[in-house]
Design a protein around this ligand. Structure first.
Ligand SMILES: C[S@@+](CC[C@H](N)C(=O)[O-])C[C@H]1O[C@@H](n2cnc3c(N)ncnc32)[C@H](O)[C@@H]1O
Length: 242
């Protein structure tokens, strides 16, 4: 992990979690936030601080997208439409789990893979808080996070899976004033992504009924593979392989 990232244990923070994170990542535990990015463990949970910004994952922000009939208008939900009981999905590039949350709200049991330890720690904490929230609980309980490289995990995947979802790249860097806090801080962390071909090949090997790939509207097909069909939005599209 980037050696400039530090860990800070604030009031009410979970010492064992902070220490285990620091051990695994080789980050130093410091008294006060460092000059670069700091992973904060305090009474509010886990957050990422730096450059005058603080970011914490929060699935409450997603509620307006899944209530009052709005879920069915989500393009990803339309791409993954299924009534099959016990439907299962893999989100091989979990990030902060927002897309996986939409799939779980649609009824999928979702396994989320995230390889970046900082993003995985933020997501794990957001899921922990969501499971304590009366309204979010039912959806969050269908989301299981695995910290690790999905290419390796999908190659070992034996259980049948209906959908594999791939969203490997955060949008291209823009001027910081134009993007939200989450992206400003998380883009600083973004690790080298697995080769797109490896991700796609591992997804095919896992033999799902459908692979869904999120792409910027005008970009090339992932790993240059032509999809069976595409759902187009204003800025992004979903390429579906059946
Ligand atoms: C664009 S973000 C995904 C955003 C996500 N769809 C959401 O709704 O928040 C891509 C994420 O995939 C992760 N990633 C990329 N390749 C991966 C791999 N092979 N295994 C696990 N995670 C991976 C990156 O660390 C990054 O957090």
């Amino acid at each position: 992990m980037n050696s400039k990232i530090t860990v800070c244990l604030g009031k009410g923070g979970q010492r064992d979690m902070a220490e285990s994170f620091a051990r695994r990542t080789g980050a130093e535990i410091v008294e006060n936030p460092g000059e670069y990015l700091t992973v904060m463990f305090d009474s509010k949970g886990v957050s990422l601080a730096g450059f005058g910004l603080t970011y914490q994952g929060d699935f409450e922000n997603m509620l307006h997208r899944v209530t009052n009939g709005r879920l069915q208008h989500e393009m990803l939900v339309r791409a993954a439409k299924s009534e099959k009981p016990g439907r299962r999905a893999i989100d091989a590039t979990a990030g902060m789990g927002e897309d996986a949350f939409l799939l779980a709200a649609q009824g999928y049991e979702v396994t989320l893979y995230e390889q970046n330890p900082v993003i995985a720690a933020l997501l794990k904490d957001a899921l922990r808080r969501a499971r304590k929230n009366m309204i979010l609980k039912e959806i969050a309980e269908r989301m299981k996070l695995v910290e690790g490289n999905s290419v390796e995990c999908m190659e070992k995947q034996l259980d049948p899976v209906d959908v594999i979802y791939l969203d490997p790249m955060f949008p291209a860097r823009q001027k910081s004033g134009l993007i939200n806090k989450k992206l400003q801080l998380i883009q600083k962390l973004e690790p080298p992504c697995s080769a797109e071909t490896d991700l796609f090949d591992a997804a095919i090997k896992a033999n799902p009924s459908k692979i869904i790939v999120k792409r910027p509207l005008k970009s090339e097909f992932l790993a240059e593979r032509k999809p069976s069909y595409t759902l187009n939005g204003k800025a992004i599209r979903y390429d579906c392989y059946t």
